[in-house]
Design a protein around this ligand. Sequence first.
Ligand code: G6P
Length: 371
Amino acid sequence: MMAEKGGYKHFMHKEIWEQPRAIADTLRGRMLLTEGDVHFDTWNLSQEQVKSFTKVTILACGTSWHSGVAGKHMIESLARLPVEVELASEFRYRDPIVEKSHLVIAISQSGETADTLGAFKEAKRLGAHTLAVCNVIGSAMTRESDLHILTNAGPEIGVASTKAFTTQLVTLYLLAVKLGRMRGTLSVEGAQEHLTHLTQVPKMIEEVLKCEPQVKRVAREFMNAQDFLFLGRGPMHPVALEGALKLKEISYIHAEGYAGGEMKHGPIALIDEKMPVVVIAPKQPHVAYEKIIGNIEEVRARGGKVIAILDEDDTQADTLADHVIRIPAACALLAPVVATIPLQLLAYHVAEMRGNDVDQPRNLAKSVTVE
Ligand code: G6P
């Protein structure tokens, strides 16, 4: 069993460390740097079709829904198409507006989640063009869709999703570049710049994984906390949601992910000296850096403990936080991939230190095939 886990104690830990390789597999053969374009083997949409789309609707559940929220930033920014991200479990039950000019994207690691599959079939029935972003080849969603793109993460065994999430983010980024090129909202040079950023991601993940000893110290200090708050703005908001979900799933500590600007509308009431607050604050456009620093100050003023995820060269915020975890600076749309890694490690080590069954957390299933 240990051999299957490649010497790691848990599949989740192995899968966290596999991410540089998994992301390289997601990118392999798809980046046409010279042309400033993206190649997907399965692609079957004409330029005319892509230009005729008026809206994108993303359907997903759980961690995959968080990728969808990050994907919205990518597609809106590069392809200038409005994107709505829907919880698949809600979609079918509320008379959704679906038109032939809509591209409906299902995101699912397994490709079998009943809620996502049901919503996806409904969107197809209503006439939308359907695209599935899945990890499992031959899964129901890949068969039901007009077009599917595989994330190529390799099998994920740990119930809490790690490499499936980051490879979904990278796949959505490739998709955003592809749509941007076909719609003419992204120039060849613009695409080349984005693709160059993408080539650097596996190396960046290798770099950021080196923060593990420090994350372990943070985990030891806060392993008995009752609640955690995760804050992020812009593209870091889904990272905050995912960090909180990961911690809840395997450590059973209550955690909430919030958009930084919403802290004053509720969660601020929870903050006292027992409350650890993880603030994801790389210095990027759309992350509203100065505002998130304001959030750190507000937490500190109430005695809360701040764990800040900051760019490696950020010297402004590090004096404010109780703990600083540094990440290599990535472009704004890719920073979620990099910033997620320390949060996965934090959840893993807290759960492991609490003696929990990390790979099989109570009450959860890897794939939920009932509604
Ligand atoms: C379950 C898993 C989650 C996953 C969600 C959606 O709840 O425990 O890790 O994010 O299903 O799964 P999918 O396979 O559709 O991505």
